[in-house]
Design a protein around this ligand. Structure first.
Ligand code: UDP
Ligand code: MG
Length: 315
């Protein structure tokens, strides 16, 4: 029997979870009967009733081909940690990641399954074709982010891509094998490659509860995406330093000639400015180089766990 694992990271989702669960069950029933399901909730340190709701799903489940499991973190570690824990603990031949707020429609699951099962695809990704219902400023910065990051990385990050993906086991293993601490799932998914089918849908507003993403959090997430996959910002600092050096060098030559021809009315001042320019330029330039090495090392050396489990139903 083939098994599909459905991973659902949840943080304070008491309002959305029951609606999500009903909708999901409806769609699971559309699958052929010889398929097993593993529904794996990750409770990411919720402060509301989320964990109890998950437990009640487990107690009251009625389908024979459905297993409900959960992992509960000791505190909030963020969605990326939840995704990793889910991938590492999932046992299905196929694995999919879904938000608990129904922004990832379960009605697409069967179509996604058919692509990887019957066609030559290893994974199916989803992307939003519009951003309706989202603040304009946020959409603007999202677009800018994708333009920037695609200039800086050697593989393509799809604009509007969601974390809602459906993967074969080999893709899951590839993603787990990337042991980095700063995880940016969309990037990791693009990085591992494979034959991916992209399907599109219109943005769906969250069914209940509130988004956990403030503008500030999103900005930090974007910066994480950039630093995790590119060292271009460091190169920029080197380039600025280099420009400073060249400009000051030209200025020094110009001033020497000017002084020789016209004399020097305020002695010392222009040359001093040039020297300050040059020295600070060189400093910035070297800092840039050191920074390149440091950033690579820094991210790797800590080796902290990405999440800590307080309670779980799986091995
Ligand atoms: N989530 C999580 N940990 C967090 C923040 C969010 O597990 O620290 C979950 C959340 O419960 C939801 C999914 O990640 O299932 C997406 O979160 P949200 O809907 O707030 O993000 P958005 O859809 O607005 O990008
Ligand atoms: Mg959402």
């Amino acid at each position: 029997m083939e098994k599909i694992s459905i991973i659902v990271p949840c943080y304070n989702e008491e309002k959305a979870l029951p609606i999500f669960y009903d909708e999901l069950i409806k769609n699971i029933k559309k699958f052929p009967e010889n398929i097993d399901f593993e529904l794996l909730f990750i409770n990411d340190g919720s402060k509301d009733n989320t964990l109890n709701i998950i437990k009640s799903f487990k107690q009251n489940k009625s389908m024979a081909n459905l297993n409900i499991e959960y992992i509960s973190f000791s505190r909030n570690f963020g969605k990326e940690a939840g995704i990793l824990a889910g991938l590492e603990h999932s046992t299905g031949d196929y694995v999919t990641l879904m938000d608990a707020d129904l922004q990832d429609p379960p009605s697409l699951l069967l179509e996604m399954f058919n692509y990887v099962k019957n066609e030559d695809y290893d994974a199916v990704g989803t992307r939003r074709v519009n951003r309706k219902g989202e603040p304009i400023v946020r959409s603007f910065f999202s677009k800018l982010f994708y333009k920037l990051i695609n200039k800086m990385t050697s593989f393509e990050m799809v604009d509007g891509a969601r974390d809602f993906v459906f993967m074969k086991r080999n893709v899951v293993e590839a993603i787990i094998s990337l042991k980095e601490y700063n995880r940016y799932s969309k990037g990791l998914f693009s990085f591992v490659g494979f034959n991916v089918k992209w399907i599109e849908y219109k943005n769906i507003p969250r069914v209940a509860g509130k988004t956990k993403w403030s503008f500030w959090k999103l900005t930090q997430y974007a910066l994480e995406g950039i630093t995790a996959f590119s060292t271009a910002p460091l190169i920029v600092s080197s380039i600025i330093g280099l420009i400073f050096c060249v400009v000051s060098f030209l200025l020094i030559i110009a001033i020497i000639f000017k002084t020789l021809i016209l004399g020097d009315p305020t002695s010392g001042w222009p040359s001093l400015v040039c020297i300050i320019f040059m020295v600070s330029g060189i400093q910035l330039f070297s800092l840039g180089i050191i920074g390149q090495y440091l950033s690579k090392t820094y991210l790797e050396v800590k080796q902290r766990p990405l999440y800590i489990i307080k309670e779980k139903t799986l091995k």
